[in-house]
Design a protein around this ligand. Structure first.
Ligand code: SF4
Length: 406
């Protein structure tokens, strides 16, 4: 990216000196931009139409499962020590090259705590130089300092995502299992602004904090963020079946979330609650409201394409190289140590089945919203053992659907 900016500056300087005409400028700038951002945004701020059968919108790499926090609902069941079997730096570089070649618009480095790996800074810079837009979800531990953020920003990091699960120190620290985590999360947001990093907040809603939604929303509105990503807990890792929310409770949160989305200065999205899209479509039909204009973010990361789901525009690579449809769906479709990511994503029976809405079971298979929603495949797997079963946390009854009918 730095090289690209230098080229553009040189061309404009030449233009001012009369060396290069404006048509050449436009052509060269377009070529440089396309090389830097193979999936740059369209004019309306949306990501361009992707063929989700071949190109994921988002690739997430779990750099490590090591972490100094002890979150009660940790997806990864993170532990203090790194595994000697983690993907190496060279294997990570190879993965980044594959992500670049696939043209995925968003690449996220996650953990565990990615800062537990000393090669994190190198990997961010490596990806940036290849034109991959890199985001990071670090843990709020003493490793996360203002200097670390400045270093990551200097190496091209595009966005920082911080987890906040409680509206105050008492509730958040109880989730994280470490006193001071809430204060550090807020300090991190301030440091990110100081060094010029756009901030996304991730919040996992569960039966432990659903009652606190209004206070959490107020906290988000007090922070200068680009996106509030609200996860709906899936019982994997340290989370249990009892921690998840039922359909009625989720529907109440959808109502609040939708109201917030109409007034907030930041975008709102859900993770593992694909039926929020059904709720939004229903509200727009009821009220005649149209979709608000998409916001343009300084990091160039646009909204996800319609119908994104586990394995359908979404792919997760574990610290051992296993390829999952999402981090909440620990069912491997292959390993990048044995075969290329693109082949696993496009051709593995698991990913192919997940992208085929005609194979959905139960009421999801009969639902008119299945193309834009499809239900959480991770929740279906966690609660029923069948990744194609109906999402058990959706209250919608499709027209003509009869429970128990063939
Ligand atoms: S029934 Fe399934 S596809 Fe339809 S809205 Fe609910 S979760 Fe989505």
């Amino acid at each position: 990216m730095i090289v690209g900016q230098a080229v553009i500056k040189t061309i404009f300087a030449q233009a001012r000196a009369g060396i290069c005409n404006s048509l050449v400028i436009v052509i060269v700038v377009m070529r440089v931009t396309c090389r830097m951002y193979p999936a740059a945004l369209t004019s309306n701020g949306m990501s361009p139409a992707l063929d989700l059968a071949r190109t994921p919108f988002i690739v997430i790499w779990e750099l490590t499962q090591a972490c100094d926090l002890a979150c009660v609902h940790c997806r990864a069941s993170a532990r203090p020590q790194r595994s000697p079997l983690e993907l190496s730096t060279a294997e990570g570089e190879d993965l980044i090259r594959q992500v670049r070649n696939m043209g995925a618009p968003v690449f996220v480095l996650t953990g565990g705590d990615p800062l537990q790996r000393p090669d994190l800074f190198h990997l961010v810079e490596y990806g940036t130089r290849l034109g991959v837009r890199v985001s990071l979800t670090p843990s709020t531990t003493p490793l996360l300092t203002r200097d670390a953020l400045a270093g990551l920003k200097a190496r091209g990091l595009a966005r920082l995502a911080i987890s906040i699960d409680g509206a105050d120190a008492a509730s958040h620290d109880r989730f994280r299992g470490v006193p001071g985590a809430f204060d550090r999360a807020l300090a991190t947001v301030g440091w990110a602004h100081e060094v010029g990093l756009p901030v996304q907040i991730n919040t996992t809603m569960s039966r432990h904090n659903a009652h606190d939604f209004d206070a959490l929303a107020a906290l988000m509105e007090s922070l200068d963020i680009v996106l509030w990503s609200v996860f709906f807990l899936i019982p994997v890792g340290r989370a249990t079946l009892r921690d998840g929310l039922g359909g009625e409770a989720i529907e109440l949160l959808f109502e609040k979330l939708y109201a917030l989305s109409l007034r907030a200065r930041f975008d709102v999205k859900t993770t593992e609650a694909m039926h929020y899209r059904r709720y939004v479509a229903q509200q727009r039909k009821l009220t005649g409201a149209s979709r608000p204009a998409d916001r343009r973010h300084p990091d160039g990361i646009g909204r996800a394409p319609r119908g994104l789901n586990d394995g359908k525009g979404f792919v997760f690579i574990s610290h051992l190289g296993e390829v999952y449809p999402s981090g909440f769906m620990p069912r491997s479709a292959g390993n990048i140590r044995r075969e290329p990511l693109a082949g696993i994503y496009a051709n593995s029976p698991l990913f192919v089945a997940l992208r085929d809405s005609s194979r959905l079971g139960g009421k999801c298979g009969a639902c008119e919203f299945r193309e834009i929603c499809g239900g959480s495949r991770a929740r279906a797997l966690a609660y029923t053992g069948d990744p194609l079963a109906a999402d058990p946390a959706c209250i919608y009854e499709p027209a003509g659907w009869v429970e128990g009918a063939a």
